[in-house]
Structures are given as structure tokens and as C-alpha cells.
Write a protein of this length. Structure first.
Length: 687
């Protein structure tokens, strides 16, 4: 039974609320926090209705009374505060003391997997982690939580950078914060809230989505689908149980699981199997109950959880670590109570691990088809495709045609929680509002690329939604343009990723926004390039220039205008600081920076000074163009186009480009035409 049909389960999202009349605080107001140096810094929480609450720090106090529903909020004036560290006290009927509080800049680092990507998996991680001790750079990581309703609190804690903690920091956030802290000499706090594979609609509030008809309709449909699913799932489980009994396929071997899961279990008669693939050998049918196991070496378990991702497997799993049960799920105990979770993604507690060899054993109950893993299993940062062995606990016969036709069909699976409109805003953004922030850095868009044209609406909607929700004015919102990715194409043409980059660039029309262009930092095969240092640096240049008064270049060339004369185009640019430059084209391009894999560079026009320009005439047939720098302009032409009408630059998934300015920052891809986008009719459905 394919598990992708079966899953709705609970993501536990902590909601804070006083069990007694004691004053309580949200998780983000806690030891080691960084507060913004500002005249209006909110401190908030709950208490008994009418209870007087006094907050004191750095020689000043403020007080308020809890409202009838128990909420209270106080504003501290920290405009003249030094960096600290300070002690903050909250006094009601009880007293709470918050230690090691510093005052400086606070930035939210949010988005999907490239913002989530940790230092420990990034380029030069070992050396960076070893030298990372800095009590003035700190991070609060918002625990993953997808919720149908807005949450008041989240799980998380503030930690300072050190060799023992830095590896878990958002790499982009860390390098951004490190650059600010080094330049400004003040404490910098990062509030990291990200989830891989997520669309912007998940991070946007229901109120904002309701303001746009097409989003409101899709949001209402998916929320209704999500709400109805648990009852459909419950009824299916009843029907499936009856089918199993009727066809004698219940899971009931009665054998001691320790015979298979214990670390010292003899495995000389176990069969090697390849993952991904079916759990089948000449001696193992794969139907019934089968086991696979492998060994992993861990130098020191530390205090961190060990992620285990089984993917969307065939069958129902029980996971053991060193003989200890971690999780045991089947079709009956997948909760369906309004939240969803991607199946097969677990965390092994650190106290279940040991230094050296650790045994991971997985039992798969496969009552209908053969147990299989269509994708790799990931344990921590490793993908151990080799080294798995398998044994059969018991076997079931092949289904007859009659049995298969009578098997109850599971209800359509809902999307994973992170894909449901507003669920991540509710669970991972709302809980940190109204914490005083200096701004936001954002790396997201990969999951919206197939609907790139609609992102022209979706992305500004998110930016304005967050600003409205925080009620702290038009705070800076700086974002990463998607890097080059996917295969290089021999001919110019259309590209969803180029259209997404265009949509991102259009958001620069909003006040207090900035874009870090990454068109030279991507991989063709891996959506997660490991050089996050340069990403963080480019974001920091924007903040230092726009918010902290540094007179530095912060952007590469940006299209300004185009004129056509004598069969050629003259393109002018903003941000041509130090002059326009043709950067030398390297001999290779990155296929996977994680694996240090490269391929020979694909040249579009080897005789041209500038690569990546295309041109077309009235027939709208694009050809690669010659291009050269001429003063403050780029001249573009082709002998194949006598009367050009439009120019494009870097308009591809993974373009070969080399235009920069004197500071070495790359030019942003652009087009001068307004031809219909290939993604123009793609719309968000929530599925």
C-alpha cells in the first residue's frame, strides 16, 4: 500500500498559555536573546486578567496590566542602550529573569531549503565552525510547525555562535549576520524560520490571501479538503482493516522484534539489498513483514537530533536505533486530526545514539505490494545507499486479481503541511510577531518557479503582508534572486526560472527592498549549492549600504533602458559602479559543488566579449548575440537580425553570463520585451 495515499498526521505545535495565573513569556523572549536597539521594543506575554506586570532592564522599567483575556504588552525604549549584556526581569505575581540579553540588530532569515541549509553542510564548514566563537552573533531557530490556525508561540531557543553550535545555524543567515557584526561591531541576532520545499503562499497570512480573489479561492478549497480528510481517512482505515481480515493479511507474526532490531543480532544470513529499490532478493519476497538494517558511525552524538528521512516508501514502517523503538506506524495510527506531515521523516533522539557504531533497523509491513524505497534513505547528512541488508519476518502470497480489485482505495492524500496556504505563516511567523526586527532576508522561490508569472503578485503580497502584520513600518526586506540551475541549453528560449527571477526583480518596486543576484553561484544538478558565504556577503552589502550608511556598491548592473539604432541595441544600466566589465568566462561550470563536480563551459558565442545576450526581430525568433561594453552601455547585435526589437540577458535556467560592474557583482538577468510568459496561465491550487 503506497503510504503517500495515507498520510495526515500531527505536527505538534506548542501553544503557550498559563496553566496558573503566573506571568508567562513566549519562547523567543528568553536567555541570550538579542533585542533591537530601538525606541519601541515590545515585550509581551500572558498573565491573570488585570494583573500588573513590570518589565525592567538596563536601568529602566515599564508596566502594564493584563487584558481580560490575559494578554499584556510593554514597550521598552532601548534607543540609547549599550550592547549589554543585561538582565531583564518580568514581575507579576511571579518573577521571571532573562539572562545575557544583548542589544543591537535583529534580522529574520526565512524561506525554503537554501535558507534552511546549515553551516555544517556548506563549503569550508569545518574551518568556519572551528573559528566561530562569537558571543555577539546569535540565532533563534523557530521549530518547524504547520498550523491551520495562528499560533501565539513556537518552540526554539537563542544560542550564541561557538564550535558546538554554529554547525546548525542557517548558513546564509550566519554569513549575513557575521558580516554585519564584524563591520558594525554590535550584537546581531538572527531569527531563523525556514522550511524546505515551500511556496510563498504557505508563508502568507489568510487575511492577505483573502484580499486576492485567485488566492482566496484556492486557499478556501485546499483548507476545506484538509478539514474533510481525517474523517475520510478514518473510514478508509475501518474498511481496510476488514479487507485485511477477510483476506488473511493482518500483521500478526508474533515473533520477537528484538530478533531483528537488536545491535548484536547475527546477520550472517541476511541478504544485501540496494536502496533505492525494492526490498526483494531471491530469498525475500518483499510481501508481509521485512527488515532492513545498516550501521552508521558517529564520533560524538552531542545534543542534536539525528534526522532520518525514509521518503515515500511502499509499506508501513517501524524504526529502531540500537534496538530501541523510535517510531511504529501503520494505517491505523497515522493521526488525521487537521495537520499533515511528510511521511518517513523522523528525528532520532541524541540519547538513543552512542559514540562509534550505531545500528538503524527498519521493519516494513507490506500487506499488498512488495516493500520498496523509490528514493534514497537519508541519515543525518549521509545517504547510505550501500551497506543495507534485509531479512524476512514472514511472507504473504501475491494478491489475486479478485483481492486487488476489492481492496479499498485510500482517499486522495492531502499535500504536506508546508504546502498548505498560510500554515507556515500561522505556525512559524505569527509566533515571532511583534518581536522588534531590523529587517528580513529571504531565500525562496524554487517552489514557485512553475507559477513564476503569478509570483509577480504572490511575492509582493507576502512582503506587504509581513509588514502589515508586524506593524513596524516598511522594514527592509532583502531577498536572493534564484541562482543558475538545471541543464545549460544550446539555444536561447523560454525559461520558468528566468521568469521567476523577473518576478523577483519586479518586487524591487516596493520600498526598502533589495536583491542579491546569484546568477553565478548555482549548480546545474543540485538545487543546493554549498557556497553560502558569498550569498550572505551579497545580502550584507545591501543592508550595510541601505541601512547602516556604508558608502559601498551593493548591486551589480541592473537594466535601465534600451534603444535601437542601425541594426544594433544600446543597453544602459543602473549600478554600473566602477564601469561595466566583461568578466573572464571560466573553462568549466559547476554541476554539483557538493561533490566538486564540474563540466566544460558551454559557450553561446565564443567570439563575443560578453556572453548571455540574445536578440530578436519582429519574427520573435531569438538568436545568440554579439555584445560588447562601450562606455556606460552594452552594444548588442547579430548578423542574423537586421532590425532587432528586443534583447534578453541571462534568460535561461542556467545561463552562461559574464557582465558585471567594477565591484565584481554580476548583472541581473533581464528582458526588454513583454512577450507572453510561458507560466502565464499556471495558478496556485494548493495541491
Amino acid at each position: 500500500m503506497k503510504r503517500t495515499f495515507l498520510v495526515w498526521s500531527v505536527i505538534l505545535c506548542l501553544v503557550y498559555g498559563p496553566a496558573r495565573a503566573d506571568v508567562t513569556l513566549p519562547a523567543i523572549i528568553s536567555d541570550h536573546m538579542v533585542l533591537k536597539k530601538d525606541a519601541r521594543v515590545p515585550i509581551w506575554g500572558r498573565g491573570a486578567p488585570g494583573e500588573e506586570v513590570i518589565v525592567s532592564m538596563s536601568g529602566q522599567s515599564a508596566k502594564a496590566n493584563a487584558s481580560p483575556d490575559g494578554r499584556w504588552r510593554i514597550l521598552l525604549n532601548l534607543a540609547d542602550s549599550g550592547p549589554g549584556p543585561f538582565q531583564l526581569t518580568v514581575q507579576g505575581k511571579n518573577t521571571i529573569t532573562i539572562s545575557d540579553v544583548v542589544v543591537g540588530a535583529v534580522w529574520v532569515a526565512a524561506g525554503q531549503s537554501n535558507m534552511e541549509w546549515p553551516i555544517r553542510r556548506s563549503k569550508d564548514a569545518q574551518a568556519e565552525i572551528a573559528s566561530s566563537l562569537n558571543p555577539m552573533l546569535r540565532q533563534f531557530e523557530v521549530a518547524k510547525c504547520a498550523s491551520p490556525e495562528p499560533k501565539e508561540d513556537c518552540q526554539g531557543r537563542w544560542v550564541t555562535t561557538s564550535p558546538g553550535t554554529t554547525g546548525a545555524f542557517s548558513a546564509v543567515g550566519y554569513y549575513f549576520g557575521k558580516a554585519l557584526q564584524s563591520d558594525l561591531g554590535i550584537p546581531v541576532g538572527l531569527i531563523h524560520s525556514s522550511w524546505g520545499g515551500t511556496s510563498s503562499e504557505s508563508w502568507t497570512s489568510t487575511a492577505a490571501l483573502d484580499a486576492v480573489k485567485e488566492f482566496k479561492t484556492a486557499k478556501n478549497e485546499i483548507h476545506s479538503f484538509v478539514k474533510r480528510h481525517p474523517e475520510k481517512q478514518r473510514q478508509w482505515a475501518i474498511d481496510f482493516t476488514e479487507w485485511l481480515k477477510t483476506n488473511h493479511r493482518e500483521d500478526s507474526s508474533g515473533r520477537d522484534k528484538n530478533q531483528f532490531a537488536a545491535p548484536d543480532t547475527p546477520i550472517s544470513d541476511w541478504q544485501p539489498v540496494k536502496i533505492p529499490g525494492p526490498v526483494q532478493t531471491g530469498k525475500i519476497s518483499g510481501r508481509g513483514a521485512v527488515w532492513i538494517r545498516t550501521e552508521i558511525d558517529i564520533a560524538q552524538p552531542g545534543s542534536n537530533l539525528l534526522p532520518l528521512d525514509l521518503g515515500a516508501m511502499e509499506g508501513f514502517e517501524s524504526v529502531y536505533c540500537n534496538g530501541v523503538p523510535i517510531v511504529s506506524l501503520d494505517y491505523r495510527n497515522y493521526p488525521g486530526v487537521g495537520y499533515i506531515r511528510r511521511l518517513g521523516k523522523y528525528n532520532i533522539p541524541a540519547n538513543k545514539l552512542r559514540p562509534g557504531k550505531n545500528v538503524i533497523a527498519i521493519r516494513i509491513y507490506a500487506p499488498s505490494d512488495e516493500a520498496s524505497f523509490p528514493t534514497s534513505i537519508t541519515i543525518g547528512d549521509k545517504i547510505p545507499n550501500a551497506g543495507w541488508t534485509a531479512a524476512e519476518e514472514y511472507s504473504l502470497p501475491v494478491l489475486t486479481a479478485s483481492q486487488r480489485s476489492s481492496m479499498p482505495k485510500p482517499p486522495e492524500a492531502p499535500p504536506p503541511p508546508q504546502s498548505v496556504a498560510s500554515f507556515l505563516f500561522n505556525g512559524m511567523i505569527r509566533p515571532i510577531i511583534p518581536y522588534a526586527i531590523s529587517g528580513v532576508i529571504w531565500y525562496q522561490g524554487e517552489s514557485n518557479a512553475e507559477r513564476a508569472f503569478q509570483y509577480q503578485t504572490a511575492f509582493p503580497l507576502l512582503v506587504e503582508d509581513w509588514r502589515r502584520s508586524w506593524q513596524q513600518g516598511e522594514f527592509p526586506f532583502y531577498f536572493c534572486q534564484l541562482p543558475n540551475y538545471l541543464a545549460k541549453k544550446p539555444a536561447p528560449g523560454e525559461s520558468a526560472w528566468a521568469e521567476l527571477r523577473e518576478a523577483q526583480s519586479m518586487a524591487l518596486s516596493l520600498p526598502a527592498t533589495g536583491q542579491a543576484v546569484l546568477i553565478d553561484l548555482g549548480d546545474s544538478r543540485d538545487v543546493h549549492p554549498v557556497d553560502k558565504r558569498e550569498v550572505g556577503r551579497r545580502l550584507s552589502l545591501i543592508a550595510l549600504a541601505k541601512d547602516y550608511g556604508r558608502k559601498i556598491p551593493f548591486s551589480g548592473p541592473v537594466f535601465q533602458s534600451v534603444t535601437f539604432e542601425s541594426g544594433k541595441a544600446r543597453v544602459r544600466f543602473f549600478h554600473a559602479d566602477g564601469g561595466l566589465k566583461a568578466t573572464p568566462v571560466p573553462a568549466t561550470y559547476s554541476v554539483s559543488s557538493r561533490d566538486n563536480e564540474t563540466a566544460p563551459m558551454v559557450r553561446n558565442n565564443p567570439n563575443s566579449e560578453l556572453e548571455g545576450f540574445a536578440i530578436c526581430g519582429e519574427d520573435k525568433k531569438w538568436v545568440w548575440a554579439n555584445a560588447k561594453v562601450e562606455g556606460d552601455s552594452v552594444i548588442v547585435w547579430s548578423d542574423k537580425v537586421a532590425a532587432p526589437i528586443a534583447v534578453r540577458y541571462g534568460w535561461a535556467d542556467n545561463p552562461t553570463v559574464n557582465l558585471s560592474n567594477g565591484s565584481g557583482l554580476p548583472a541581473s538577468p533581464f528582458r526588454t520585451d513583454d512577450f507572453p510568459a510561458t507560466t502565464q496561465n499556471a495558478r496556485y491550487t494548493g495541491r
